[in-house]
Design a protein around this ligand. Structure first.
Ligand code: NAD
Length: 368
């Protein structure tokens, strides 16, 4: 055991320019952090909790009420629409009414929607207050918030944001046991991405773990999977916290395509599904450009297949609509398509001005 009297098995320290983030991973770590916070000296707490988590984990909320006496508990319906200025406004009002001050702390419990919403609020409220995050989905654990939080403006996803990290993130892997299998698949998209772009070893290990196509997912060593995934993400963000050097451009592998597909579906196509399909398309482009070998592409696709992510985009669009989005993505400049491609497993590069005809040809095979 990592920390005395807890089941925390792993700890990552992330050193950022103006703060340090401690990430603890382990079963039952939620109760452990509540105990710690009770004697932490914060002036008060406001809790943001996913509406479904509040129903599923009533004991956890009772424990928080008893031990931390929060000034308010804001239940959040986890829809992308709630990552909005309008909902943020309502939350701000609640924090002000609760007299949350600069020495107070926000506690966020839920998936990425709650994390991003509470994280963005914490980053701007009183010019920034502390947040403790307890991510409850595989997506929000394996790709947890490290120095980036954002909400959306209308259909423009994640366009209002800050460089901000929770002071403490507690990945209690027990939460994953109540997730539907589909949410596990979605979360795996980012874990697979981290492996593909930065680590041959982790990719090999994932290939073994996923060889029975998730039939045994309830027995996975989640502490290991979340830790390996976050080790990659945290080291990259530490090297280039404000994404200025391009060091962590690889984290965008599949995402330029994913942003387009999510937007074209009015956000009905889930982020994890879009990342999975975005990696399939980007992998095919990487191969057509002469970078990625056939065997490496097959290995990538075998991982995406194993976690049952879509083979095709289920909404009716044509390649030109996707290309239009690609040209407007933040990675692309002057109407050119720029994409992160794989050179081989564990190595990526950014290719500028990718041939539009090639992109169109590849897209034809993935659009229904
Ligand atoms: N800031 C970042 O670094 C970062 C990283 C990844 C994702 N995100 C954002 O996160 C969002 C997606 O997050 P998500 O995939 O976690 O989705 P989500 O927050 O919408 O949660 C998905 C569903 O799972 C339910 N749920 C949550 N925990 C559960 C549990 N333990 N048991 C049963 N059900 C549970 C939720 O109620 C919801 O219905 C996107 O908006 C994405 O942009 C941000």
């Amino acid at each position: 055991m990592f920390l005395k009297n807890s089941k925390i098995s792993r700890h990552l320290k992330v050193l950022l320019p103006d703060r340090r983030q401690d990430i603890f991973i382990g079963e039952d770590s939620a109760s452990w952090i509540i105990e710690k916070l009770a004697s932490s000296g914060y002036s008060g707490f406001v809790v943001f909790c996913d509406h479904n988590i509040a129903n599923l984990y009533k004991n956890l909320l009772s424990e928080i009420k008893d031990k931390l006496e929060p000034a308010d508990i804001i239940l959040v319906k986890p829809t992308e629409a709630n990552k909005s200025i309008e909902f943020l406004n309502l939350c701000l009002e609640r924090c002000v009414k609760a007299n949350l001050n600069r020495n107070g702390c926000l506690i966020a419990i839920g998936g990425g929607v709650v994390g991003d919403l509470a994280g963005f609020l914490a980053s701007v409220y009183m010019r920034g207050i502390d947040m403790v995050f307890m991510p409850t989905t595989l997506m929000a654990q394996g790709d947890t918030i490290i120095n980036k939080v954002a909400i959306s403006y209308k259909l423009l996803k994640n366009v209002i944001g800050s460089f901000y990290s929770p002071v403490i993130t507690v990945c209690d892997t027990n939460f994953l046991k109540s997730l539907p299998k589909k949410e596990i698949s979605l979360g795996f998209s980012e874990i697979i991405k981290h492996a593909l772009v930065y680590s041959q070893t982790f990719t090999k290990s994932l290939s073994g773990i996923l060889s029975s196509s998730m039939s045994d997912w309830k027995t996975y060593d989640w502490d290991y999977l979340v830790y390996e995934s976050l080790k990659i993400k945290s080291r990259l963000v530490e090297k280039d916290p404000h994404d200025k050097l391009g060091t962590h451009k690889g984290l965008s592998y599949g995402h330029t395509l994913a942003n387009a597909l999510e937007g074209l579906s009015n956000f009905n196509f889930r982020h994890g599904d879009a990342v999975g399909l975005g990696m399939r398309i980007s992998g095919e482009i990487s191969k057509s450009l002469g970078f990625l070998k056939k065997e490496d592409l097959e290995l990538q696709n075998s991982l995406i297949n194993a976690v049952v992510l879509p083979l095709k985009f289920p909404h009716s669009v044509n390649p030109d609509q996707v290309i239009d989005y690609l040209k407007r993505d933040k990675i692309s400049i002057n109407e050119q398509i720029n994409l992160v491609v794989l050179e081989k497993i564990g190595k990526h590069r950014v290719v500028k001005n990718v041939d539009e005809k090639l992109v169109r040809e590849v897209l034809e095979t993935f659009l229904s």
